[in-house]
Design a protein around this ligand. Structure first.
Ligand code: SRM
Ligand code: SF4
Length: 570
């Protein structure tokens, strides 16, 4: 059980917190740069992480000074849907209280980095002023619900977006703590207001974070099977027939701790079109009641699914719901849709997908992406969708306007989808250093040069336009879903990465570890012989991940060893 100083556990902190109040208000009023340890755990439920700038930490320590404490704030944005006014307000707040960037996350949310403790209240008030919240963006609760980003004006896509909103609202904590602490609601000195209840979460909330994603087999952009609860909506002739519920996805693991592992969700039951909320609620109650509260490293639903087995899970869900459930129905093959560039919405309007490298909406000397987006969003007031590939979609545009937006962004040096190699546009990176306290290596800051090296290796193998997904993270927690892509590059120790291959582009098979500790400078050259082998021996339309899976790790390792004996460190 994780301890928070003086033997106190997260479970105890939650239990004694009076529905997430704890000592946050007192800690907030104190002059210190941070919160007390128990309150650091609690503010996560309010969407806030306390950390410090890791770039400056060593130098500050050498000078005998304290670290530069700062906070990350995550906004909960179901399905990544925002209005133009909401986006513009978040953008304004990033200048006032953040580090002048917005970070689009792999779960369609937005993060602020570099916020000081004294700025938190103003930031959260600003977010609230446009009817957004950071409540339950983090913590042991149901997190931001993801769904297919395409803003297509048909019944399928409207239903997905609506379901994501309904699920998100249903699972929001009911506590008044957020309003009370951050938005100057009526304070309740001794605990929750009379009658305040958490009917679902109770006093202890969930054993661990809980993620829900909703997709169709036709568009698995969200990697639905990486969620604790992956919901696959099934349509026939545009009519919703119901949902397959896949349970037990999750990617977090710890190097050299085989009891922790990434896992894709198992489709277990099917529920009819009207049964979604009740069934999802039953899954969350199942995890609330049976998830492991003694060991946070074994607390995700995936371990319960493996420990008890799908038959037990199904029987439990039936008993929560009080009726029998149909087994999951067969599903078509999953596909991933390209949302970048200009697309018809089906209602006479267009949407334009704009790549955001590593999700970082920022300005640089070379490209004014943030200023450019601000200008075109101000001018055209499009609807906005944040994608699970860390990109942004501007929707409800006339075609002429979409073309004009592209030109305006180009004029500011922004690279659009057509300006990128496929490997670059289909890459993901987590923030890692300097903001993430868990990072072992760089990720976001090395993504661009690394993708260029991998693109060169593909070009040398004669396959420059090959579609493959490459995901890099600064540690094994899996925030950029590295185990669900063709190639996963996972921070191992400073400067070194574990290399994973053999997943598939559609996110239906996990990759496996090819090599354990590869130096950053050796990653592309290590992949190069595999690209050559793939180009020579692939079958028909086989993807790189599928090829690696077919030929097996031993053959791939032999190939690397023959070409690059020195590439692999011990
Ligand atoms: Fe994550 C923890 C960033 C998606 C698995 N994740 C963190 C923290 C909060 C670090 C921490 O706990 O101190 C990172 C903040 C870094 C920073 O500097 O901002 C962080 N995770 C992110 C984001 C921003 C990555 C990104 O590139 O966009 C994503 C925010 C999503 C959101 O909007 O809610 C993000 N994290 C994910 C995903 C992918 C997904 O959900 O689709 C995963 C893998 C799926 C899963 O949950 O298993 C993921 N994050 C983790 C884990 C491992 C959980 C586990 O079961 O072991 C941690 C560590 C933990 O919870 O103990 C973690
Ligand atoms: Fe931090 Fe690791 Fe997640 Fe990257 S994968 S953001 S390094 S926790």
């Amino acid at each position: 059980m994780a301890k928070l100083g003086k033997g106190v556990t997260v479970e105890q902190v939650k239990h004694g917190s009076h529905h997430l109040r704890g000592g946050i208000a007192t800690s907030l009023a104190a002059a210190d740069a941070g919160f007390a340890p128990g309150d650091q755990a609690l503010i996560k439920f309010h969407g806030l992480y306390e950390g410090y700038d890791r770039d400056s930490a060593t130098a500050l320590k050498q000078r005998g000074e304290d670290k530069a404490h700062q906070f990350m704030a995550r906004v909960r944005i179901p399905g990544g849907r925002l209005t133009a006014a909401q986006y513009l307000e978040l953008d304004r707040l990033a200048d006032l209280y953040g580090n002048a960037t917005l970070r689009i996350t792999t779960r369609q949310a937005i993060q602020f980095h570099g916020v000081l403790k004294i700025e938190l209240k103003e930031l959260l008030a600003g977010i609230d002023s446009v009817l957004l919240t950071t409540l339950a963006a983090c913590g042991d609760v149901v997190r931001n619900v993801t769904t297919t980003p395409a803003p297509i004006a048909d019944g399928v896509h409207r239903r997905l977006a609506e379901d994501a909103r309904r699920l998100s609202s249903h699972f929001l904590p009911r506590t008044g703590a957020y309003r009370e602490i951050w938005l100057d609601g009526e304070p309740v000195a001794a605990g929750p207001a009379d009658g305040e209840e958490e009917p679902l979460y109770g006093a202890n909330y969930l054993p661990r974070k809980f993620k829900i994603g909703l997709a169709t087999p036709d568009d698995n952009s969200i990697d639905v099977l990486t969620n604790d609860l992956g919901i696959i909506a099934l349509f026939e002739g545009g009519q919703l027939t119901g949902y397959n519920l896949a349970l037990g996805g999750g990617l977090g693991m710890t190097h050299n701790k085989p009891k922790t592992y990434p896992r894709l969700a198992t489709p277990i039951v099917f529920v009819g079109a009207d049964g979604l909320i009740a069934a999802a609620d039953a899954v969350v109650r199942l995890q609330r009641d049976h998830g492991d509260r003694a060991d946070r490293k074994h607390a995700r639903l995936k371990y319960l699914v493996d420990d008890k087995g799908p038959a037990w899970i199904k029987a439990q869900l039936e008993s929560y719901l009080g009726h029998a459930l149909e087994p999951a129905r067969p599903m078509p093959r999953f596909r991933i849709v390209d949302h970048l560039g200009i697309h018809d919405q089906g209602d006479g309007k267009c949407y334009l997908g704009i790549p955001v490298p590593s999700g970082r909406v920022a300005d640089s000397a070379a490209a004014q992406l943030r200023a450019g987006l601000n200008a075109v969003i101000r001018h055209y007031a499009p609807s906005i969708v944040l994608t699970p590939w860390q990109d942004i979609i501007l929707a409800d545009l006339d075609r002429d306007a979409a073309v004009a937006v592209e030109a305006a962004l180009h004029a500011r040096g922004v690279r659009l989808a057509g300006d990128m190699t496929p490997v670059e546009r289909w890459s993901l990176a987590c923030p890692a250093l300097p903001t993430c306290g868990l990072a072992l290596t760089e990720a976001e800051r090395v993504r661009q040069p690394l993708m260029e090296q991998i693109a060169d290796a593909l070009a040398e193998a004669g396959i420059p336009d090959e579609l493959l997904s490459v995901r890099i993270t600064g540690c094994p927690n899996g925030c950029a879903r590295p185990y669900a892509g063709d190639i996963g590059i996972v921070g191992r120790m400073p400067g070194f990465y574990a290399l994973y291959v053999g997943g598939d582009f559609a996110g239906t098979r996990m990759n496996s570890q090819l090599l354990d500790k590869v130096a950053m400078g050796e990653i592309a050259v290590t992949l190069a012989p595999l690209f050559r082998l793939f180009a020579a021996e692939r079958i028909a339309e086989e993807g790189f991940g599928d090829f690696c899976h077919r030929v097996g790790l031993n053959r791939l390792r032999d190939e690397v060893a023959a070409a690059r004996p020195a590439a692999v460190a011990v």
